[in-house]
Write a protein that binds this ligand. Sequence first.
Ligand code: DAT
Ligand code: MG
Length: 149
Amino acid sequence: METTYIMIKPDGVQRGLVGEIIGRFEQKGLKLVGLKSMVPSEEIAAKHYEVHKERPFFPGLMKFITSGPVVCMAWSGVEAIKVARTLIGPTNGRDAAPGTIRGDFGMDIGYNMIHGSDAAETAEFELGLWFPEGTMNWNYETQNWVYEG
Ligand code: DAT
Ligand code: MG
């Protein structure tokens, strides 16, 4: 079992895609273990995107991600990190296949609606950053019908 950090960015919220996006993770069979919304501070946004701080798009990315509410989520499942990245699709919506979130709704590399952790270490870091209070431990009964055995 893995837990991944997923975040609907301000463009996803502005475009009214919150329910649609959450539904895709639910329908896949992932387990929701954290959910909240906030307007990110400069501080948390800079920590989250620290790896990109030397990139030319960094200032624009900071302005964008702090511009309005985001939806912060933690989803668990077998290989949840990879599964979520597959649901999300590649960074640029114009390259993303139909059926993926970015492929179905995105036309721009910057406005790509959603973030998903890319590896176990980044998931751990991002979950600690956005969910310092921890995530929920609950019995997901449906799981018995999602995984065989
Ligand atoms: P991903 O979100 O697919 O993990 P990433 O980690 O490479 O992509 O980049 C983080 C975010 O930064 C990405 O979701 C959108 C923005 N970004 C990346 N490359 C960009 C570029 N060339 N121009 C503008 N924004 C970019
Ligand atoms: Mg990334």
